[in-house]
Design a protein around this ligand. Structure first.
Ligand SMILES: NC(=O)c1ccc[n+]([C@@H]2O[C@H](COP(=O)([O-])OP(=O)(O)OC[C@H]3O[C@@H](n4cnc5c(N)ncnc54)[C@H](O)[C@@H]3O)[C@@H](O)[C@H]2O)c1
Length: 354
């Protein structure tokens, strides 16, 4: 009998496809035995592609099948309901980001996971990028000293995904670029620095482009084409400042659309050194050695593809060999920061994170 973990994938869109390919790349340890999507055409084509016979349009039926673990790759508004149901059926869960629409739902998921004793891993895949891993090691080795400030910037000039579709419909997505992209940047900032105690936020969100679909100019659109009869009620730009008690601060700029240069970095500033994490580029530590101001360029071995690595770590966690690569409790902290950012913008003042 095979001791491979049996995997079910719920949601076979853009990221569900990436998950299926990454499980296939780990096929010594797992096997995709069931898939689910409400789109029957998509379900049939992925069923053929993956050679999976157990195909469901109702996720509850997939959860009744003999899968050991599921990837939940559907719109954000379904994450909580599906994850809680999966834990009730005794399945391990790899849950795409954001873990839920808000911290209240996040808490519900964490409680269900803890009650079941099964693994909950959040899809914070940027942690698995090789440059992220190197920067984490640099920080753990003490090269930056105490980190006291972080700049987290991820800006697109004209990059609203699927205008009028689920991404721009608050009831399905929970928000715009902040919850879509900012969730990764806040997570990775706290993961790298170890600053998991955010205490307050002062932030503002804007909807200069999303509020007027017809006049939005773009050259290409991920998850397009636009649906002008759809909904667009989320922000397109978020900026703000997070305090970690009196110890450290973080400011962020996150956009889908703004009149600015596209940038993507996380800069960590410490008492001994600083580093600007630019994925896909060499890591440079700005520091001092023996009284000299120097730039250090650490060399490192390449890890395998980030989504494959994410699955490998998830499978190991399911077998009880390690902790999940991004825990539900960490996901919940991120959700609390996101909630506080939206609340701070609504109130026009700093809000405390409870
Ligand atoms: N980790 C990452 O970097 C990353 C990247 C992209 C998307 N995501 C996340 O993945 C999730 C999905 O995003 P996407 O871009 O793949 O969206 P998508 O629209 O391409 O795919 C979602 C799929 O879910 C299906 N679906 C909807 N309701 C369903 C239901 N009740 N039961 C079964 N299937 C259902 C849809 O038919 C669709 O095929 C989102 O939470 C998103 O934030 C994460």
């Amino acid at each position: 009998m095979s001791d491979k973990l049996k995997i079910g994938i719920i949601g076979l869109g853009a990221i569900g496809t990436v998950h299926s390919n990454a499980y296939a790349a780990n096929n010594n340890d797992c096997e995709i035995t069931a898939i689910c999507d409400i789109d029957e055409t998509r379900l049939a084509s992925h069923g053929e592609r993956l050679n999976v016979k157990n195909r469901f349009t109702d996720y509850r039926e997939l959860l009744k099948s003999d899968v050991d673990a599921v990837s939940i790759c559907v719109w954000n508004n379904l994450h909580c309901e599906m994850a809680v149901a999966a834990f009730k059926e005794g399945k391990h869960v790899l849950l795409e980001k954001p873990m839920a629409l808000n911290a209240t739902q996040g808490e519900e998921i964490v409680k269900a996971a803890e009650a079941s004793g099964k693994v909950l891993q959040i899809g914070m895949v940027w942690r698995q990028h090789k440059e992220s891993q190197l920067v984490r090691k640099i920080i753990q080795d003490g090269m930056l000293g105490d980190i006291y400030h972080i700049r987290a910037v991820l800006t697109r000039r004209r990059g609203i995904p699927g205008l009028g579709g689920w991404f721009t419909t608050k009831a399905r997505s929970g928000g715009g670029p902040l919850i879509d992209l900012g969730v990764h940047w806040l997570d990775i900032s706290m993961y790298l620095s170890g600053l998991w105690n955010p205490t307050s936020v002062s932030a503002t969100t804007y909807d200069m482009f999303t509020s007027n679909m017809k006049s939005y100019n773009f050259t290409s659109m991920w998850a397009g084409p636009p649906k002008y009869d759809g909904v667009s009620d989320v922000e397109d730009f978020a900026t703000g400042f997070v305090r970690f008690g009196k110890k450290a601060t973080l400011n962020f700029d996150i956009s889908w659309a703004a009149n600015l240069e596209e940038e993507r970095f996380i800069q960590l500033i410490g008492t001994k050194g600083g580093v600007k994490l630019l994925h896909g580029q060499p890591v440079k530590v700005l520091t001092e050695i023996n009284g000299q101001i120097v730039d250090v360029l650490p060399q490192f071995a390449c890890e395998d593809e980030w989504f494959n690595r994410q699955k490998r770590l998830f499978l190991s966690a399911c077998r009880g060999e390690c902790a999940p690569a991004a825990t539900g409790r960490e996901g919940l902290v991120v959700m609390k920061v996101l909630d506080a950012i939206y609340e701070s913008s609504r109130q026009g003042k700093e809000v405390v994170i409870s």
